[in-house]
Every structure is written in C-alpha cells, then in structure tokens.
Design a protein around this ligand. Sequence first.
Ligand code: PLP
Length: 396
Amino acid sequence: MNAVKPELRALLDAPVDRRGTHCEKWDGLEEHYGRADLLAMWVADMDFPTVPQVTEALVERAKHPIYGYTDNAEADRRAEVGWLARRHGLRVEPEWIRFSPGVVDSLFFCVRALTEPGDAVVVQPPVYGPFYTAARLFERPIVKNPLVLDGDGWRMDLEDLEAKFAAGAKLMLLCNPHNPVGRVWRADELEAVVALARRYGATVISDEIHAEFALDGRHTTRILSLDGAAECCVMLTSATKAFNLAGLRQSSVIIRDEALRGKVAAEIERAHAAGPNLFGAIAQTAAYTHGDDWMDAVLEYVTENRDWAVDFLRRELPEIRCVPPEGTYLLWLDLRGLGLSHRELLSLMTEGAHVAVNDGLFFGEEGRGWIRLNLATQRANVVKALENMRSAIRSR
Ligand SMILES: Cc1ncc(COP(=O)(O)O)c(C=O)c1O
C-alpha cells in the first residue's frame, strides 16, 4: 500500500449530504425505520465520493446526449484483468469474465444453472440475507454449515461441511471475505473447502464483492488462485462495493472452466441480463484504471474507523461483544448481553440512539440479538453513532 495522499484523505473525511440523491441509505430511512432523523449506519455502501476520475469519465460521456445500447465490454474486461493482476496477483483471461447486473443476480443465476429443484445448497450463517433467498426462491433446500465463534474469533466447521457435502449438497454459497462476521478466509481454509467440493463433486460460488476490504495488511485469497478451483469454483466480483458504485448495477462472473462457464452464461442469457450498462461499464473501467491511490486511502480510513470503534466499545460498552473484523467495513455486534428481546434492542437503536442499524435477523436466525453497523462513513458519524448508543444504553 502506498502512502496515502492528504487530498484523498481530506476527500473522505469531509461531510457529504447524500439526502435527496435517490440514496437508499439516507433517503430510505422514513420508509424502513419510520423516521428520517436517524444516523444511517445500515446499507453497505460508503458515504465517500468515488474516485475523481470515475466522475470525470461519467460526466464526459453524459455530455453526449445519446445513451443507446452499449458494447463497452472489451475495454471493461481489460481494466478488470489489469486490476486483478496488479492488486491480487491473479491471472484471469478476458474471456473468463461475463457481465452480470449484480452479484446477487449472479447468485440467483448460479443456483439455477448449477442445481435442480430439490438439490441442497450450503450456506454459512450468519450470512448476507440474499444467500438464503437464492436457494429459497428456486426451491433448493438450504443446508446450514454455521460459522463457529471460538474464543475470540470466527471459524468454519469443516467437519460439518464435509458431512453436508457427503449427504449430497451440490452447491455452496461462500462469502469471501465474510459479511457480516468480517473474516478474511486464509488460503488454507479455502483450500480445505475446495478440496471437499472436489471430493464430493460440489460447486463453490465465491462471492468476493468485499475482496478489496482486507484490513491490516491481509489479502483476500481469490478462489481462482487455488489449485483445483478451476473446474469447481465460480468467482463473483464487482467494482461497485469497492468504489461506491452500487447504484450503477455492474458486476462480473469469472469462471475458468469452459463447460462451467457455458452453463452459467446460458442462464444469464436466458434471463436476458447479459447486456452491459453503459455508465456502469465506464465507471468500472475508470475505477480499475485510476483507483489505486483512492482505494489505499479508503482502506486506511476504514481501518482507523474500525480501530476507533472497537476501542470505544471495549472501554465504554463492554457488555456489547465485538470481534474486530479482519475485513469488510462492517461491525457485527452481539447485544445479547443487554438482556433485551430482539425487538427491544432494535427499538433501543432507532428510538433511543437514533441510529439506523441492520437487523441481525437479516443474516438468518443466528443473528437474533445481533446488529450490523456500517463504518464506511466520516469519522464524525462513527463517533456520534457510538456515543448515541452509549447514552441510549446507559439511560435505559
Ligand atoms: C456479500 C454481498 N454480496 C452481494 C452484495 C450485493 O451485490 P450487488 O449489489 O452487486 O447485487 C452485497 C451488498 O452488500 C454483499 O454484502
């Protein structure tokens, strides 16, 4: 990581008013929480302006007043290949990449393409809600391989995973790094998953949308960098999470094996979803071409927010359990120590602290008593949110 440029740091730290910009996180508060005067610490996007060159490229293109069908795919793939090589040491050929409007859409396409109704799909709760939807929507039974909170950290239960594959599960939806627990899976953990999938003839869909957010000098192990992954792994990735472009709807499905790629590509075609989005493609190309320094600045800023928040919680709110995340910009907090029902603790956050948090149950039943807090915002917001939470908890 290069030394962070002061002007980029200032860009991230400056307050931004996102209200009135069709922004779900701030404009959707009334609809989702019943009041608009909350500090928005929920939806997983960032309150940071994107890479300046992305905005310039979009404005430049927007000046031409015709926005017809686009075929920017080639330039777009080259930029992505360059980023994956430069930042991740991963060699990908442009033809391995297929456009998909979003990573969640891709989860749905993969489930349909690679399983039949009735085939079991493994997920690792607590996990991002749409993982469950992807199986349920298409009548694939969900098989849970819960993450284990051991001492001070989360780990996978590989023995249980093997049992699930041995019992016939065909597909695993892996979150790498993991939302919400913040694990950046080590290479040996992922190697074990791939080895099990191969042994039992299962396929692993690795959602790597949070891949850029590996903190403290860690590195996300990209699934396709592992031996034996080519025939049994699909890598889902996107510039939208890393560069704050989620409203542009742009992502990639990357598959090395031709036969596997053909199946998923056919499903994307069937859904008539293979056509790129003009502005999404332009933004992604600019981000992957010019975004290195910006990304380094964001990583440093988010790491400092995490450190500040974890330290505050330890000192001021020891009854809240928090395992410091190794990756993502999300804090997964155990509030069961407060002795409240799930409904009461959500109300304490909204009505008492005036903070909009994600409901732990969005991540499955394992999230009862938990909340998720988004730290990708100006430090002042992180400080205010946690101070408000402290006041609300102390004055109960
Ligand atoms: C693990 C994970 N996958 C997918 C998504 C959403 O991806 P997309 O907006 O590309 O559908 C998110 C957004 O928070 C996420 O956390």
